[in-house]
Structure formats: C-alpha cells, structure tokens
Design a binder for this molecule. Structure first.
Ligand SMILES: [Zn+2]
Length: 233
C-alpha cells in the first residue's frame, strides 16, 4: 500500500514535470525569413508562445528601415527590379536534389500566385530570354552570434539585361528553403520566398506574406497584390 502511494507520487511528479517543462522546440524557435538582396539581416525575434505581440528587430540591421515604410499600403518591391519592365510569365523548375515535401510546398505557393491572375507561372525550364524561377534547398546552421534568429529561406530576383538588336530584360529568380530547420518546410515560407523571387520586398504590414518574420500567412494581402501590380501591370 505504501509502495503504491509512492508510485502515484512519482507518476504525478512526472506528469507535472511534463506539463510545465518548457517546450524548447517552440519556446526557443525564432522564425525568420531573409531576402537574397539584403546584406545585413533583419534580426527579428519571435516567441512562438506570444507570437502576436512580441517581436523585436535588431537596431543594427539595415533592412529594419524598410520595415517602417508602407506599414499600411503597397508591399514594397525589390530595388533591383525598379525601372524594368518584366513579363508576367515565368517558367519554374526544381533543382534535382529538391525533396518531395519541398516541391509540394513550392507548387502550392505557385498556385497561390497563379490565382491572383497577375502572374502566370508555368512548369518548365524556359529559355534564356524568358523569366525563370529555380526552386531549391540549402543548408545553413545559424552561428551562436545569430542566436535567437533562424533563417528559414532565401529568395530574390536577378535581372538579366541584353542590349542591342535582340534586347530583352528578364528575371532569373530563385527561391530556396533552409533544410537545417524543420520550420522552413512550410507553405508560408515558400510563399514568402517566391514573393521575393517575383520582386516583392519586405513589408512592415503584419498581414503581408512579406512580413520578415514567419507568421504562417499563406494568403496574399491587398498590399501584396498591389505590390505585384506595380511590377506586372
Ligand atoms: Zn524575406
């Protein structure tokens, strides 16, 4: 009888421990997405358990300034595409080593952008004179100096200009997920990185998919649509 009581005490203690144990996976998870064009990274911290109100941006970051702009309006566009007239038709393909689950995420993201009617993303390699997007993966472990920040993905446009008789301007873009972190393989991250590839920059508006901290958003905001229109209409 005495012994049984002890077992119960131990079991209760274990249950209490499990219930109060900090969830290291979520408590320490700092979600972050980064643009290829940025030299310095927006260090944004988010405590997953207080996701709605606790975000800080590193004051040393250059890109934090861009977050202050357009807090309520059009999602900004990447500098490198400014002044260029791009076709809204893109051919996309995957790097050979892209895993199935990542392909699935990017295909869903492609669908989301195609549904806007503003861009047309078609499976295929495309020619040199056509817009292209390459989807891929990479592996980057954050260093201790980057503690509190996890880079989930990279994406961005690359404008290629050919002058002369056969002049053309195209975007050979890329979007990639960081396989080092399980939080990267999310539709919201794929939508964000594809947004960069298509020319969208970071938005300070929390309902934008281009907000630099992953919030799980997969629906383009009015501002995101307006941003795409400034590039493709
Ligand atoms: Zn980004």
């Amino acid at each position: 009888m005495k012994h049984k009581g002890l077992i119960w005490i131990i079991m209760i203690a274990v249950v209490l421990f499990l219930a109060t144990k900090p969830d290291f996976q979520t408590a320490s998870k700092k979600l972050y997405v980064d643009s290829k064009q940025e030299i310095s990274k927006a260090i944004a911290n988010i405590n997953a358990r207080q996701a709605s109100n606790e975000i800080s941006v590193n004051p040393q970051s250059n890109s934090s300034s861009s977050l202050n702009a357009n807090t309520n309006g059009t999602t900004p566009t990447e500098d490198v595409i400014h002044g260029h007239k791009l076709s809204n038709v893109y051919y996309y393909h995957f790097a050979d080593n892209t895993p199935q689950d990542v392909r699935k995420m990017f295909l869903s993201a492609v669908n989301i952008y195609n549904q806007t009617g503003l861009v047309k993303l078609i499976a295929g390699a495309g020619t040199q004179q056509q817009n292209q997007i390459k989807f891929s993966i990479y592996d980057k472990k954050m260093t201790s100096s980057q503690r509190g920040t996890i880079e989930l993905g990279l994406g961005g446009p690359e404008v290629i200009q050919q002058s002369g008789v056969n002049a053309y301007t195209v975007n050979h873009a890329s979007a990639s997920l960081n396989m080092q972190y399980i939080g990267s393989i999310r539709l919201s991250v794929a939508v964000h990185e594809l947004g960069h590839a298509l020319g969208l920059a970071h938005s300070g508006n929390r309902n934008s998919v281009m907000y630099p901290v992953d919030q799980g958003r997969t629906t383009l905001s009015k501002g995101d649509l307006a941003g795409l229109k400034t590039i493709y209409k």
